[in-house]
Design a protein around this ligand. Structure first.
Ligand SMILES: [Zn+2]
Length: 359
């Protein structure tokens, strides 16, 4: 799993010569493998002087043959004179770009750490528990299953009358211990949100046991059992994260609406957004999921338009059935982020599409 420590390590890499940092958006939900390769070839042209042909080919071979379906973002860090490369795969997209500098270019990675929330998932039953961390679509164990033998703890002492009768003393102690472990982990890791999972019976009691700082970070819960697979815990945690994501989308659409016209920080509607795409001004493209539109693409200048020959070039524009797809490709190529928003009446009212602009 990618962590701030990785950034520190990469940050320490220096070279008297140019280092090459490559970022590819490899989301195959947005673009075909062929388009990913074509756009990679175009990007690599920019570093053709620095990056030997065999290393360029190695990058392309990787994209062609090794790229997994679930990988939406790739980063390559290459010292053309030294170590061949370092590489990171992400289950979330990264902003596409290519850089040759004396340091590695790490802005995109910092953005990932900044933009995505770290979740802690605590799975427990009356006697055992396990803590996981979920970040960038991946899950990692923080602890092994612990408190497997609560009987060995000394009896007596801690108890709380407000707990219901069916939760026994040793179970209460166990819950308290789990809550303390979760809080210790929070202080060490600083995760953003907490998910709790277990039986319907135990979760309300466990919630009560949590430190106030964790109660306020509670994102959701799911019913499960400790013997389930880690992959299952990941998928259930991602469902909770998805709900939170919907809330953030709603905020994004509101922000889009608030910034329209205000110093031209944002545009909405297909016509203005296309204009901004053609002007290469897109910082973040916001699209209603499933929104479709046909249009035209000029083969000479690459302009996208709703009508044919908007640019006035010689020759005919090509009709494109999926103009939105072309917009997305063009926005990715200019290093924009793409945000799809599900079921938003508010975005529909803004024309189902909009964008935040670079300038
Ligand atoms: Zn044209």
């Amino acid at each position: 799993m990618f962590t701030p420590t990785d950034i520190k390590k990469l940050n320490a890499v220096k070279s008297p010569d140019s280092l090459v940092s490559l970022y590819f958006n490899t989301d195959q939900g947005l673009q075909t493998k062929e388009k990913i390769l074509t756009s990679a070839k175009d990007l690599l042209k920019e570093v053709a002087d620095t990056l030997p042909t065999n290393l360029q080919q190695k990058v392309l071979d990787y994209l062609d043959k090794e790229l997994k379906q679930e990988i939406k973002g790739l980063a390559f860090f290459i010292d053309p004179a030294g170590e061949p490369w370092q590489q990171y795969e992400f289950r979330v997209p990264v902003r596409q770009g290519i850089y040759q500098e004396k340091n590695l270019h790490l802005t995109q990675l910092e953005e990932l750490l900044d933009e995505y929330e770290r979740y802690c998932t605590v799975v427990l039953d009356k006697e055992k528990a396990q803590i996981f961390t979920v970040f960038l679509g991946e899950i990692e164990d923080v602890t092994d299953v612990f408190n497997e033998f609560p009987g060995k703890h000394a009896q007596g002492g801690w108890s709380q009358k407000r707990f219901q009768g069916h939760i026994k003393d040793h179970e209460q102690r166990h819950l308290k211990e789990v809550a303390i472990k979760a809080y210790d982990f929070f202080q060490q890791d600083g995760f953003d949100r907490l998910i709790i999972a277990g039986s319907q019976e135990i979760l309300p009691v466990f919630k009560e046991t949590l430190h106030a700082d964790l109660q306020s970070r509670l994102a959701g819960e799911f019913a499960t059992e400790l013997f389930q697979s880690t992959e299952h815990f990941l998928q259930e945690s991602l469902k909770v994260a998805e709900r939170i994501e919907r809330e953030k989308e709603a905020e994004l659409v509101k922000e889009l609406g608030d910034n329209l016209g205000a110093g031209n920080k944002a545009v909405s509607g297909i016509r203005d957004t296309l204009q901004a795409v053609n002007d290469k001004k897109i910082m973040k493209l916001v699209l209603a999921d499933g929104f479709t539109q046909s249009g035209y693409n000029c083969p000479s200048c690459g302009l996208l338009g709703l009508e044919a020959d908007e640019c006035g070039c010689q020759g005919e524009s090509n009709k494109v059935a999926d103009l939105i797809d072309e917009m997305v490709q063009a926005a990715i190529a200019q290093g924009a982020k793409i945000e799809f928003v599900k079921d938003s009446k508010e975005l529909e009212d803004l024309g189902s599409v909009g964008a935040f602009l670079r300038y």
